[in-house]
Design a protein around this ligand. Structure first.
Ligand code: MG
Length: 444
């Protein structure tokens, strides 16, 4: 725990749903549910209007439909979420070099590195207020809730206290007072199993927990968990803000029966692996900044070489180009037995497995056939961006039985008209923003 409230936690409010409401004017102020729209789908985010009906993240879409049948149920548009997230993370990184993204819409910022005149409560409060305004301006209307405290734990608790569009600074010395009446589940790592064990022992609040000795706690929840819980119950948390989370990575590698000596072949293999990595990244909604190659030589020496980009990528062409560049610097004339490409420094853009269907599709190596299929017969899912040759841009309101219904509006227009088309109407197309990768070499 620090002497000053210098850890900031920012969390965009109902992020996916808020982006949808921003881009779809007819949905503003209405219940919106983003997630898997099919039979096995799960809610990723519900707008505050839908939460009033009891719709929650991670609930099955079926349950959500029964609680709030009049909500708009939309499939995710990750390009839009990623673009908004990039803007917000950029603002945070401009404010402090120490930013730790937790997901697309959430990050810790270390204010000790922000160059503020001091770290007193009025100063950090004014800083956060200005940051929230900048987020709203730059994202064209998204709101963020911010918490500031003497540790990550307190900052995260604080950001949740006045949602949405809130700002709470917990003054140093008041942490325990704040935590004591709260339910034990407020503590990071206390999930349903621990909650149940504690409940059986009559421990409900943080104050109850604080009264339990370390020995007793270890007996209740085990050795590994007990001491951490003992400290957190006293608001003791020294975790640092980690600007990169290198532990997470996506990689692909191959070992070869005969030693490879042909440089062109090695480059081809790296390129193929880079594309596999890129396909997995984009399927999972991930992107990363650090590209690494792994090369095992004929004598079993293993070399790792990496390079870090200024901003995250999931482009196969970019990853391949960097990987080939790294290989060029190595002496592989004696032969190579293993080659691999990995991308790390990931932000876990999609939180856990909230999208039921995405998870299902993730099974082994399906990207190629799927891309082909979607080109042949475009699918229309509710929420998708489309453009019609005459009507212009809009989004899929609903689709099925050979008909697709589109509402023609964008973030910059008023609520727009609705029209229906045959689902193979040649005038109706999927719409994607221009890719910023114009300089990258084309994929084969
Ligand atoms: Mg959020």
């Amino acid at each position: 725990m620090r002497a000053h409230a210098s850890v900031l936690h920012l969390d965009l409010d109902a992020f996916f749903a808020a982006v949808e409401q921003r881009d779809k004017p007819s949905l503003r102020g209405k219940p919106v549910v983003v997630g898997g729209v099919g039979g096995r789908g799960v809610v990723a985010t519900a707008s505050y209007e839908a939460r009033k009906y009891g719709v929650r993240s991670a609930m099955s879409t079926r349950e959500a439909r029964s609680r709030c049948p009049h909500a708009a149920f939309l499939t995710g548009r990750f390009h839009a979420y990623r673009d908004a997230s990039t803007i917000v993370m950029g603002l945070l990184r401009a404010a402090s070099p120490l930013v730790e993204p937790l997901s697309l819409d959430e990050a810790f910022v270390d204010l000790e590195a922000a160059g503020l005149p001091d770290l007193e409560v009025p100063t950090v409060t004014a800083f956060a207020q200005e940051l929230r305004e900048r987020v709203r301006d730059q994202t064209e209307g998204l709101t963020a809730s911010v918490g500031i405290g003497t540790s990550k734990f307190i900052a995260k608790v604080a950001s949740d206290l006045d949602k949405p569009d809130g700002l709470v600074v917990v003054a140093p010395g008041t942490e325990q007072e704040l935590l004591r009446p709260m339910h034990v589940s407020v503590i990071p790592g206390v999930g349903p199993v621990t909650v149940e064990r504690l409940r059986r022992a009559g421990i409900h609040t943080v104050a109850d927990l604080e009264a339990v000795s370390l020995e007793e706690l270890v007996r209740l929840v085990g050795n590994a968990h007990g001491s951490g819980l003992f400290a957190l119950a006293r608001a003791e948390d020294d975790r640092t803000v980690e600007p990169e989370r290198e532990t997470k990575s996506v990689s692909s590698e191959g070992t070869y029966d005969t030693d490879l000596t042909d440089r062109a072949l090695m480059e081809q293999l790296l390129t193929r692996q880079a594309r596999e990595v890129a396909a997995r990244l984009s399927k999972q909604g991930l992107s990363g900044r650090t590209v690494t190659i792994k090369v095992r030589l004929h004598d079993f020496t293993t070399l790792n070489r990496s390079t870090t980009l200024p901003s995250p990528t999931d482009s196969g062409a970019t990853i391949a180009r960097l990987a080939r560049g790294l290989l060029a610097d190595l002496d592989t004339s004696g032969g190579v037995r293993l080659l691999g490409v990995g991308v790390s420094g990931l932000a876990d853009w999609i939180q856990e497995d909230l999208f039921g269907e995405t998870e299902q599709e993730e099974e082994p190596e399906a990207p190629e056939p799927e891309i082909v299929r979607s080109r042949d017969r475009p699918g229309w899912a509710p929420g998708m961006d489309v453009v019609h040759d005459e009507m212009g841009r809009g989004w899929v309101w609903g689709a099925g039985r050979g008909v697709v219904t589109v509402r023609f509006e964008t973030a910059q227009t008023p609520a727009g008209p609705v029209r229906s088309y045959a689902d193979d109407d040649p005038h109706l197309h999927h719409w994607r923003p221009e890719q910023a990768e114009a300089g990258a070499p084309p994929e084969e």
